[in-house]
Design a binder for this molecule. Structure first.
Ligand code: 5GP
Length: 238
């Protein structure tokens, strides 16, 4: 398979066409943004750590019967994925109150959410990713009722697989964001699962090991991402 020209470049990943129309290459870059792109930086090896964490978690989910867009790794920070039609909904799964939830609702930071809370955001830079409900998703023609119920069920299954796996590695998963796509008539998990899209807290100390280190200047971002990578992908070249 040959990597061809760039199709588009987002805040932290660039997508390339390949000589196979059914496959794309997703490059994880070292750049970082937060607060709708208002805060910008870059961190060495950040793209590599995120790509390796994502690949491992996609493989774990595939092994547990969840269809994903993951195909293989082309290099340390380049992932070959199936060409899918991205559904413009960010699915947020929350297990512990953190971030915007504690600003908008009367939850204490660190409070356990039981059952987990699933929220939908409309994936749109233009409108600032506003929160939507199922009726809005239907009215905006983002997905069908059947697809939404499928996405909900998949997100909760993914959550329980990840919670077990991460717990064994000394990590809490307060919340994370998923994106899904359509591929050959079915819904598959797309995008990434990494330190940019999840909150990971050390189980013993409660320390943030994710993008909050960058958002709130909590310390050494590369060290935090490396720590998560070492726990999830012990064989990694760190
Ligand atoms: P919050 O609503 O607290 O800002 O985010 C909740 C969770 O979803 C966090 O783990 C955060 O990383 C993830 N998340 C929500 N929206 C986005 C987004 O637009 N981009 C990324 N990378 N993560 C997001």
């Amino acid at each position: 398979m040959e990597k061809l020209e760039e199709l588009y470049s987002g805040k932290a990943k660039t997508v390339f066409r390949t000589d196979n129309p059914e496959k794309l290459v997703m490059e994880f870059r070292d750049s970082l943004t937060a607060f709708d792109g208002k805060k910008k930086s870059s961190a060495p090896k950040k793209g590599y750590y995120n790509a390796q964490i994502s690949a491992k978690l996609f493989r774990l989910l595939e092994d547990n019967g969840i269809k994903t867009h993951f195909d293989s790794m082309l290099s340390g920070n380049e992932m070959v994925v199936d060409t899918v039609e991205i559904i413009k909904i960010e699915v947020i799964v929350r297990n512990i109150a953190a971030g915007s939830l504690t600003r908008k609702y009367p939850f204490r930071a660190g409070e356990k959410l039981d059952p987990p809370v699933l929220l939908f955001d409309y994936k749109s830079d233009e409108y600032g990713d506003p929160m939507i409900n199922e009726d809005m998703a239907l009215a905006l023609r983002l997905a069908t009722k059947e697809e939404l119920s499928n996405i909900r069920e998949l997100a909760l299954r993914i959550n329980s697989i990840l919670l077990d796996y991460l717990d064994e590695r000394g990590l809490l998963l307060p919340d994370f964001k998923l994106e899904f796509g359509r591929h050959k008539g079915r819904i598959v998990l797309a995008d990434e699962i990494s330190c940019d899209t999840c909150r990971f807290w050390d189980k013993k100390t409660g320390e943030s090991l994710d993008k909050d280190v960058f958002r709130f200047d909590k310390g050494d971002l590369v060290a935090a991402y490396r720590e998560v990578a070492k726990r999830i992908v012990p064989e990694i070249n760190s």
